[in-house]
Design a protein around this ligand. Structure first.
Ligand code: BTN
Length: 267
């Protein structure tokens, strides 16, 4: 195991990827720490990797298990919010797609996206995405795309409450993964996906539809106090989760606090 090396990541990047790369040993949360690296105007995408977070967070304020240093990938990308506000929700979808594409380099696995922000291998989560926005003066707002990936953590090292729900790339491929190489291919894939966020979103959505973990499952979606049940039947034009209720009513969810299959996998 070795600390991530910024130059080694850069060497793995395609020429067209213009990332400014930083690596830290320990931060509170890379989502917060990357903002501290930015100047007033963000013109190029910036990414911060950390070996350890003291307050890594997931959605809904949940803590994020990062594993031992030098084992997994914890990073946040700050990108200028150059798109109209109605398109910002696409950021989570295109990031999920970028992760899926990068993971597909491993022939042993078939990554699928659990709407909207998780990547699954089989019925277990391998990666999560937390997109946040920092509103600044006109034209200077920034999106922070935080990603946590279980890369080389052994299955037995995942803490007990999560072990049945989470896995790692190493556990599923039975190979030790080169983190710098993986980081480079994710940044390239994300660069491509972000470039297409406006013009190629439809075709990216089609790709996501082909790897929609919840498709065809009865699910329960929690939104605040409201709970909604239905069959996941697709993704809408903006990546909304399409649910058909037992009364045949079609619901389009653009967000939810939590979405879970009603029947445990394999049942
Ligand atoms: C989720 O599944 O709820 C999203 C998890 C996102 C975790 C990553 S780890 C790097 C970045 N920094 C954070 O504090 N969170 C994200």
């Amino acid at each position: 195991m070795a600390r991530l090396d910024r130059d080694a990541i850069r060497e793995c990047l395609a020429q067209s990827s213009a990332w400014q790369i930083h690596v830290a040993d320990e931060v509170s949360s890379t989502n917060d720490a990357v903002l501290a690296l930015l100047g007033e105007q963000v013109t190029e995408p910036v990414v911060l990797f950390a070996e350890r977070q003291t307050a890594g967070r997931g959605r809904r304020g949940k803590a994020w298990f990062g594993g031992a240093p030098e084992c997994n990938l914890l990073f946040s990308c700050a990108v200028p919010l150059g798109w109209p506000a109605p398109l910002w929700s696409r950021l989570t979808h295109v990031t999920a797609l970028a992760l899926k594409r990068a993971f597909e380099a491993f022939p042993q696995i078939q990554p699928r996206v659990k709407w909207p922000n998780d990547v699954y291998l089989g019925d277990k989560k391998v990666a999560g995405i937390l997109v946040e926005t920092e509103m600044r003066a006109e034209g200077k707002s920034v999106a922070v795309i935080g990603v946590g990936i279980n890369v080389n953590v052994g299955h037995d090292e995942i803490p007990e409450p999560l072990r049945g729900l989470a896995t790692s790339l190493r556990a599923e491929t039975q190979t030790w993964i080169d983190r710098e190489h993986l980081a480079g291919s994710i940044l390239d894939a994300l660069n491509e996906a972000l470039k297409g966020l406006e013009g190629s979103f439809e075709s990216m959505l089609d790709e996501l539809r082909g790897s929609h973990y919840l498709l065809g499952r009865a699910v329960r979606a929690q939104r605040g106090e409201d709970s909604l049940e239905g069959m996941a039947i697709g993704l809408g034009p903006e990546g909304e989760l399409m649910l058909e209720t037992s009364e045949g009513k079609l619901m389009m969810l653009s967000s939810a606090d939590e979405v879970r299959p009603l029947n445990p996998p394999g049942s």
